[in-house]
Design a protein around this ligand. Structure first.
Ligand SMILES: [Zn+2]
Length: 213
């Protein structure tokens, strides 16, 4: 199996992790969570010759979708998000155009709803879409090539906030238990903020996930 190239960029005021996934054979790939700094994201994807198959959103919060419009416009790629969180995306776009004018230059060219169980092609690999609610109702994670891109579900030594609208701590813990803890220890966790970690490290050291089965 051909391994996938992963590029991590910290974007926006909250230093959100935007990931560029690319199959080295075909050059095809995806951009996950373009939360800001559209120019930087597009420069990075141009440098690596990315043929963008889609823009994947782990969830609809502004710091993860802030540059969706510009990146979608420049790449012509569709935006993939859960139906539940698409409302937040729409709200964000509207809020942005009201408050910040030109930041959200146009509506995404196309929005496609995805949910747990769906798959997306990536060269010889397949991206598996996982439903991992708790931070938001429609939070998704993307499992591919020995790594999980989990948005604001799990961070190194921490977990996503559950006190925002649609948040639920029991749902988040269930999602971690059901979708993350079942993965091999060496599986990489690519979180929405902060450094990359692994399932094994978080099982041993994450104070918020102690005693979780
Ligand atoms: Zn969030």
């Amino acid at each position: 199996m051909v391994s996938i190239e992963v590029k991590r960029l910290e974007v926006g005021m909250l230093g959100t992790n935007c990931y560029i996934l690319q199959d080295p054979g075909t050059g095809e790939g995806y951009i996950i969570d373009p939360g800001g700094d559209a120019r930087g994201i597009l420069d990075a994807s141009n440098t690596s010759g990315l043929s963008c198959l889609g823009i994947l959103c782990t969830h609809g919060h502004m710091d993860h979708v802030g540059a969706v419009g510009k990146v979608a416009e420049a790449t012509g790629a569709s935006v993939f998000i859960s139906r539940e969180d698409a409302g937040i995306l729409a709200g964000s776009a509207k809020g942005l155009s009201n408050r910040l004018g030109s930041l959200f230059v146009s509506k995404p060219s196309g929005v496609e709803f995805i949910r747990g169980g769906d798959t997306l092609p990536l060269g010889e690999n397949t991206i598996k879409v996982l439903s991992t609610p708790g931070h938001t109702v429609g939070s998704l994670s993307f499992l591919v090539g020995g790594g999980i891109f989990c948005g604001d579900l799990v961070f190194q030594g921490s977990i996503g906030r559950t006190d925002l609208r649609g948040g639920s701590l029991p749902d988040l813990l269930n999602a971690v238990s059901r979708e993350v803890w079942v993965l091999p220890d060496e599986t990489k966790i690519y979180p929405g903020h902060g450094p990359v970690t692994t399932v094994g490290i978080e099982k041993e050291t994450n104070p918020f996930l102690r005693n979780l089965d």
